[in-house]
Every structure is written in structure tokens, then in C-alpha cells.
Design a protein around this ligand. Structure first.
Ligand code: ADP
Length: 457
């Protein structure tokens, strides 16, 4: 069985969040069970030399709406990842957010469909709106498609003119097809025309059928509910491995927690904080409403009075960044690090005592799994994949602190419980050890995806 796995980002070549991580680790886990080939754009910022990427030598052409587009395929020797290069798709400084995103990812979808046929793929696994049109384009090819929704909040909604530019027949511009309040919705193509729809946790699969979380597509998704399945993500536990991770100060495992404490000591030194036994809380993520930023911001004043240190690493909404910079100047124990820094994020996971995830909604969330792996206890709002992966019941993986009430009070209450737990050293340490031994790998999910693939053929 040959599966073409298509994603607009794959770590370590490109990543804006969880999608990049999953597009790296899921095919890796599936590789043991079937032939996996990944496909992703070769953006200009990807270092071809560093990754040893070579052109496969042919320039292919696509005729779309009387225009000719060319693209080339690149690969590193012995690797199963194909990179497509086309100047419109790839000559951007960042991944998304350009005026021509519709054309860029429409072209990418055409390229996915063409490559799928060329390599005789049995199944094409599409991810998020950037690849969704390929489900429609592949219909005549009779290649089976799986479409995974990583975050319903991002749908790829564009002007109606997009249809003409991408030579998509008007007959698909209906409520049952791509039409969305007079515009074109790429994500709808994935939902309407793929054989199976998956999303990244069982709870999120239920939530997106409701008005509250459906982002305007709950009714549409309900029509396709029979083909929708929720499968919880995992992480690459070889990459996120405190025993071997070279980006952290001191490697450690569940039996040598004193070494984890050394990471915290080192990190406190870099922050210029005198050695103390205050717990370190961290938040790592995109600064957007989804992540519960407003609740967290409201709470910072209260936290400034508590015996704890709080480090926030992230970038996003400019107003939030500004406010956080101001607050971290004002309060000594609140530290904001603006930006995206993979290595620092590992240091933080390794050093911290608690990870805060007060997400308003969370399709799956990976931070809580990474945190568990590094012995950092997650504090989460009970939603989506967080509800499926963090529990207060003893002996259930991952153990953490869960709050239901999405408000400043709810979140603050959870932090206060964490402070009490931290003082109860024995209970806290056994929780840390338990979490570090939880299986947060992709093993179980890979089995579930494999089952879907098999049933399709
Ligand atoms: P989402 O995809 O919604 O952003 P996930 O929890 O699925 O959230 O995945 C987030 C991933 O991105 C994790 O690997 C997390 O560590 C990483 N990440 C997020 N923000 C930053 C940042 N500012 N610096 C480093 N890594 C980050």
C-alpha cells in the first residue's frame, strides 16, 4: 500500500505549529506499516544545502485556466519526502498570510493530485485547507483520499473569482460543495469530496458538530458525520526525549529528577533569578484567542503576588505582545519572551514544573504531551484533545490539573491547586514520574490510521 501524505508544513523544514509536528511524526510512525511518501512545498526559506535537497531533474507543467505553471520536485537522497518548487507557491518569506494564498495552495493541491497519479499512490492523506482541493481534483482519478482537520478555525475562505483562476467548475459552487456565504471555502472540498474525514481527537470530533465549535460548518459536518472520526495525535518521542535532547542543559529521566531540577536552576540563572524553590510555570504557544490568552492576561496581576515564576514564550497578536512586554516589565516574576524559538521551548519544557494551557478550544494540543515527556505537569482547560489526554483521576495518562470553568477564576483556581500540589513534594514527584512514563507516542494513533487506510482499499 502506498500513501501520499500531503502537508503545507513539515518539521524540521517548515513549521508554524502542531501541523508541522504531526506531519513529521505521523508518517514516521506509519512507515513501519506501509509505504509512506510525504509531499510539501520547498519554500525559499528552507535551506536546500543543509537538508541536501536535489532536483529530480524534470520540470513539470500544469495547464490551469489557460495559464501554464511549472514545478520541479526535490528530494534528499534516501528520504521519503518530496518537495515541490513553484515560484508562486514558494517565493514567500513565511508560510501563510499572503494575498495570493488561494492561488498558492490551489496550485499546491494540483501538484499533489498530479504527483499522486505519477507515483501510483493508493491513498492520498490530505491535511487542512491548504491541501483540501486535491480531494476534488482526485475524484476522477479514483484514488482514495483521507482528509484530516487539524483546526477547523482555519478554512481557506476566498473570493469567488478563485474558482475561475483555479479552473474549478461552477457546478461545485453550491452549498453541498465549495460555496460558503458567497465565497469559496477550500476546507469544504476536503469534507465533501474525501472518502474519510478525520480530526485530531475524539472530543473535538464531537465538538465541531456543535454551533459553539463548528466555525459555521457544524451543519455541513453533520451531513458528513458518518465519514468523520476523531483520532488523538501523539508526538515523536525520540525527538522529544529528555534523555537525549541536545538542546537542553542537562539530560534526565524519570529516575534522575534531580537533573531536571538542574535545568531549572540553570534557566533561573539565565533569567537572573536567585536560586529559590518557587515553582516555574510556563506557557508556550501562538498568542491568539484560541489559546486562552485573555484569561491568562487577566490572571497575571494575581500571579504577580504569588510565590512562583511564570515564563511565556510566544508570538502572535501584536496588541497582546505589547501588553505582555509591559506586564513583564512591571512584575518581577512574570517573564515574556517574544518570538518563536524551538530550542528555548525544549529548555522550558525541561526546566518547568507546570505548563499552563487555558485554551478556549483545542483540537488536540501537543504541548501537554511534550510537557509530560519532560516531567512538567500540565494544567489545562477541559476542551477538545486536552479533555482526551489530561486527567485528574489517578493512574490515567497524562495526570494533571483540569479546570472546567473557562474564566479568570477557573484558571486561577487551577493554578492555586498546582501551588498546593507542588508543596506536597511526594505527591507532586510521583505525578511527574508517572507522566514521564506515559505513552504519548504516535503508536496507538498510527494503528487507527492504518485501519482506516486498509478499510478504504
Ligand atoms: P497549534 O498547532 O494550535 O499552534 P499545538 O499544541 O498543536 O498548537 O502545537 C504547538 C507546537 O508548536 C508545539 O510543538 C509547541 O512547542 C510549538 N510552539 C508554539 N509556539 C512556540 C514558540 N513561540 N516557540 C517555540 N515553539 C513553539
Amino acid at each position: 500500500m502506498k500513501v501520499l501524505f500531503a502537508s503545507s508544513e513539515i518539521y524540521p523544514y517548515s513549521k508554524s505549529g502542531g501541523l508541522g509536528d504531526v506531519a513529521h511524526s505521523l508518517p514516521l510512525a506509519l512507515k513501519k506499516r506501509c509505504r509512506m511518501v510525504s509531499i510539501t512545498p520547498l519554500y525559499r526559506f528552507i535551506d536546500r544545502k543543509k537538508f541536501n535537497l536535489h532536483s529530480l531533474g524534470t520540470t513539470y507543467t500544469l495547464q490551469i485556466a489557460e495559464k501554464t505553471y511549472t514545478y520541479e520536485l526535490f528530494q534528499a537522497k534516501g528520504s521519503d519526502t518530496l518537495f515541490v518548487y513553484n515560484d508562486i507557491l514558494c517565493e514567500t518569506e513565511a508560510l501563510y498570510g499572503y494575498d495570493n494564498d488561494a492561488l498558492r495552495f490551489g496550485l499546491f493541491s494540483y501538484m499533489i493530485a498530479a504527483v499522486a497519479e505519477r507515483i501510483n499512490a493508493d491513498i492520498v492523506h490530505l491535511n487542512d485547507w491548504h491541501t483540501a482541493l486535491a480531494a476534488l481534483l482526485l475524484k476522477p482519478a479514483a484514488i482514495k483520499t483521507v482528509f484530516s482537520i487539524h483546526n477547523l478555525a482555519y478554512q481557506g475562505i476566498f473570493n469567488k473569482k478563485t474558482l475561475r483562476k483555479l479552473a474549478i467548475d461552477k457546478r461545485y459552487f453550491t452549498m453541498e460543495g465549495l460555496e460558503f456565504y458567497g465565497k469559496v471555502n477550500f476546507l469544504k472540498a476536503g469534507i465533501a469530496y474525501s472518502n474519510i474525514i478525520t480530526t485530531v481527537s475524539p472530543t473535538y470530533a464531537k465538538e465541531i458538530l456543535t454551533d459553539q465549535f463548528g466555525c459555521g460548518l457544524d451543519g455541513f459536518l453533520k451531513k458528513h458525520e458518518a465519514r468523520l472520526k476523531g483520532i488523538l495525535n501523539g508526538i515523536d518521542t525520540l525527538f522529544f526525549n529528555p534523555e537525549k535532547d541536545r538542546t537542553i542543559g542537562v539530560n534526565f529521566d524519570a529516575v534522575h529528577l534531580e537533573k531536571k531540577a538542574e535545568n531549572k536552576r540553570q534557566y533561573y540563572r539565565t533569567l537572573g533569578i536567585e536560586e529559590n524553590d518557587k515553582p516555574l510555570f510556563i506557557f508556550i504557544g501562538r498568542l491568539v484567542e484560541q489559546k486562552g490568552i485573555s484569561v491568562m492576561m487577566e490572571m497575571l496581576k494575581n500571579l504577580s503576588k504569588e510565590l512562583l515564576e511564570f515564563v511565556i514564550l510566544g508570538e502572535g497578536e501584536k496588541e497582546t505582545e505589547k501588553k505582555l512586554l509591559k506586564l513583564s516589565k512591571k512584575y518581577q516574576n512574570i517573564h515574556y519572551i517574544q518570538g518563536y524559538d524551538e530550542a528555548l521551548s525544549h529548555q522550558l519544557y525541561a526546566s518547568a514544573d507546570f505548563l499552563l494551557m487555558p485554551s478556549l478550544f483545542e483540537p488536540c494540543g501537543l504541548n501537554q504531551m511534550i510537557a509530560a515527556r519532560y516531567g512538567t505537569v500540565p494544567i489545562v482547560h477541559s476542551t477538545g484533545g486536552l479533555k482526551d489526554s489530561v486527567f485528574e483521576q489517578i493512574e490515567k495518562c497524562i495526570q494533571g490539573i483540569v479546570f472546567d470553568d473557562f474564566s479568570k477564576e477557573g484558571c486561577l483556581g487551577a493554578v492555586m491547586r498546582a501551588l498546593v500540589l507542588y508543596r506536597n513534594k511526594k505527591t507532586y514527584q510521583s505525578m511527574v514520574k508517572f507522566d514521564m512514563e506515559c505513552d504519548v507516542s504516535f503508536k496507538r494513533s498510527a494503528k487507527a490510521y492504518m485501519k482506516i487506510y486498509r478499510e478504504l482499499l
